[in-house]
Design a protein around this ligand. Structure first.
Ligand SMILES: *Cc1c(COP(=O)(O)O)cnc(C)c1O
Length: 467
């Protein structure tokens, strides 16, 4: 399998190349050159597999020749062995035709673990083959950093340094990062804001000498390997509910468009997905696009669902590329126009085709709290704010005709105890395996908002582990 850039000016890569490079050199995103296709018989043959074995089967055509199938299977088994539920991504039934798929049983209690746990191991394998190392750096306002740290801790070929704004993350978020004491993990609290942290990371990448010396890399949400590792749970849910002999719909609380793009990919691969429902909070650029072909930027406003407080959804470019019939010139022009004017529309006929599959939905904070309460009162189910938006979106756009809708439950309620307590008066407990999070020792350094100080810190970590 080869990968091409959505903007048409980068050399094609194999899976390993795409994994290590993330973004294409022309600023575009990598897409598979052709979509793998599974027949109805192929899907049926996957029924009854364990989650890890299913994941390896579904990812195999994307991985191609880069990694032998036996190794990929081993990676998937290891990745999901540490999850807190034997089904890995279990379904909870909320109504006759409405289900929640729980993607939060990984080490950091949010759906990013589903892909990141695989990604860390894929990195390690490819780096061992190439006899090289990388240093992953990133900035986090909370959740992404912990998923990346959990994915990379104790990997032989990776060092990881995550910057967070000092005393500006929640206690749970900070401790999920700083209590990982592996020797290849560095946590840096910057005396500044999240934007300061991001600026430092950008400056680290812009310093070519430093970048080469330390082998800098990122594991951000535009990496195709993350999308590939998110397709299997859509397949697992669909098979459990009767696919390929029954249609299914998915509802996804959406930020960077990575999660729902994986659902779109499953559909392109032949899974009978009748409808995709996109849930947004008050930052509703996607909902406006799907409602009225209006993709126009607005300032980001904080909400109860912070992982969806995003205006420019980076993975949307991949859908755009597909909608524009894989024309890289048209895709590059549309993205350039969007950056320059803050606005994008697609041709009418294209938009009507999109509307045949996608439905947008928005819910503000009071609506989200009301949905958390309604769910708890009707079914006893505790949903975090992100999940509640996905479920409300599903209820608003049920396809009917007996087609079941599966809403993605993207975070454990205990990650957002204040919002849950405000809505239903209960403070959800952390799962037993994490109950001692507040007693575990922490390790992090506090540094001034200063590039040279961070560079020295990264160099020291890399030097210690280079051995
Ligand atoms: C990251 C995240 C999302 C958004 O997922 P995207 O792939 O960015 O669309 C939704 N909910 C939670 C809890 C998340 O952590």
């Amino acid at each position: 399998m080869r990968y091409i850039s959505t903007r048409g000016h980068a050399p094609a890569r194999d899976f390993a190349g795409v994994l290590l490079s993330g973004l294409a050199e022309d600023g575009g995103l990598f897409m598979p050159e052709t979509w793998p296709h599974f027949s109805a018989a192929d899907w049926r043959a996957m029924r009854g597999l364990s989650y890890a074995d299913l994941a390896a089967r579904v990812m195999a055509p994307f991985v191609g020749e880069s990694i032998p199938f036996a190794k990929l299977s081993e990676i998937c088994r290891e990745a999901y062995a540490g999850f807190g539920h034997p089904a890995v991504a279990p379904l909870a039934q909320l109504e006759t035709h409405l289900f929640a798929q729980e993607l939060f049983h990984g080490p950091t209690l949010a759906f990013k673990d589903m892909a990141m746990q695989v990604l860390g191991r894929l990195f390690d394998h490819v780096l061992t083959e190439r006899n090289t190392r990388v240093t992953i750096v990133g900035a986090t306002s909370g959740d992404t950093g912990s998923a990346a740290i959990e994915a990379c801790a104790n990997r032989d070929r990776i060092d990881i340094v995550i910057l967070h704004p000092h005393e500006r993350t929640s206690m749970v978020q900070r401790r999920q990062m700083t209590t990982v004491l592996a020797p290849n993990v560095g946590n840096v609290a910057i005396e500044g804001t999240f934007d300061d942290c991001q600026d430092i990371v950008k400056a680290l990448f812009a310093d070519t000498a430093f970048r080469t010396e330390t082998g800098l890399s990122a594991v951000n949400s535009i990496n195709w390997a993350r999308i590939a590792a998110q397709i299997p749970y859509y397949v697992a849910a669909a098979l459990a509910l009767g696919a390929p002999d029954r249609e299914i719909a998915f509802s996804v609380p959406t930020g960077n468009f990575g999660n729902i793009l994986a659902a779109w990919a499953a559909r392109r691969m032949g899974l009978p997905v009748a409808r995709l429902i996109v849930g947004s909070n008050r930052n509703d650029i996607l909902a406006r696009f799907f409602e009225k072909n209006d993709m126009s930027m607005a300032p980001v406003e904080p909400s109860l669902s912070p992982s969806m407080d995003i205006q420019v959804s980076s993975n949307f470019e991949r859908l755009l590329f597909e909608l524009l019939e894989r024309d890289p010139v048209a895709t590059a022009a549309a993205m350039r126009g969007f950056r320059e004017t803050g606005r994008m529309t697609v041709p009418d006929a294209t938009w009507h085709r999109v509307r045949g599959v996608f439905h947008g939905f928005r819910l503000d904070d009071p609506g989200t709290a009301a949905e958390i309460r309604r769910l708890y009162e009707t079914s006893g189910y505790l949903a975090d704010p992100h999940t509640a938006i996905g479920i409300a979106a599903a209820r608003a756009h049920m396809p009917g005709h007996g087609v079941p809708v599966v809403a993605m439950a993207t975070a454990h309620p205990a990650k957002f105890p204040d919002a849950i307590e405000a809505a239903v008066g209960i403070r959800p407990a952390l799962p037993a395996r994490m109950a001692d999070l507040f007693e575990r020792p922490e390790r992090f350094v506090v540094l001034p908002n200063d590039l040279a100080a961070v560079q020295a810190n990264v160099r020291a970590l890399v030097g210690r582990n280079a051995g």
